[in-house]
Design a protein around this ligand. Sequence first.
Ligand SMILES: Nc1nc2c(c(=O)[nH]1)N[C@H]1C(S)=C(S)[C@@H](COP(=O)(O)O)O[C@H]1N2
Ligand SMILES: [Mo]
Length: 159
Amino acid sequence: MTRVKVPTGTKCFHLHGNLSRPAVLTVVDLAANWEQHRAEVTFDCATNGPQRHVFEGPLLRDVVTSAGPAFESRQRKERSRYVLAVHGGDGHGTMLSWAEIDPDFGNAPVLLATALDGRPLDDHGTQLVVPTDRCGARYVSAVTGVWLGRCEPPLPSAF
Ligand SMILES: Nc1nc2c(c(=O)[nH]1)N[C@H]1C(S)=C(S)[C@@H](COP(=O)(O)O)O[C@H]1N2
Ligand SMILES: [Mo]
């Protein structure tokens, strides 16, 4: 996992949570250190209607896996208890389950984009790309944080 000294003004995001190797990453890191995938997507925006875009970038699961998730990778039931929270600097944020992107479950090709319609996102920050979603709300742009956590709901209290 790359640990970079980020120059002031460069857009980066924190990869944190239940990880043995948390990191601060830039779009340049995402382009240099993981296999790039391409996604041609159409999503619906409640305010602007259908949007078509071409994104490139690494798979979210590859990036998070490099950071050393706390779960025992062979244990499918244990992996299925984890969630990911992805946040943007403007306060918009969303959740995914690990199982959505895990090849043994939903296997969704979710990306952390390095380029949008052929333009690098270096100055803007990475964008979450969820090709399996019908609407655009989870395409969080200018991502500032990706967090992995284990979901452990409290036992129901007696009532
Ligand atoms: N950071 C951030 N990302 C965001 C949003 C937002 O408000 N903040 N809106 C989402 C919604 S509702 C949609 S439809 C898409 C719009 O993407 P577009 O501007 O490329 O059409 O961005 C998503 N990503
Ligand atoms: Mo939207």
